[in-house]
Design a protein around this ligand. Structure first.
Ligand code: SF4
Length: 74
């Protein structure tokens, strides 16, 4: 069963999902996000600052493990 964690922003209507079976804490999402949405916690990514997301989709494209799904991105 996939260990998927979700973050939802009520203010901007965005949902970000991270599949923890795939995430290896490489941190590309932290590096590329222009809004500082992501933080690594214990070797896995989290999205505590989702309200600042500008929906650029860089995180989805940057993840070599394809662990991130974003409601505004393919
Ligand atoms: S879509 Fe862009 S702004 Fe939003 S979390 Fe991903 S990289 Fe950050």
């Amino acid at each position: 069963m996939a260990a998927v964690r979700k973050w939802k922003s009520e203010s901007i209507g965005v949902v970000i999902s991270v599949d923890y079976d795939r995430c290896e804490g490489i941190g590309k999402c932290v590096d590329v996000c222009p809004a500082g949405v992501y933080e690594l916690v214990k070797g896995k990514t989290t999205a505590p600052n989702i309200d600042g997301c500008v929906q650029c989709c860089a995180c989805v494209d940057a993840c070599p493990k394809r662990a991130i799904k974003h409601s505004s991105c393919r």
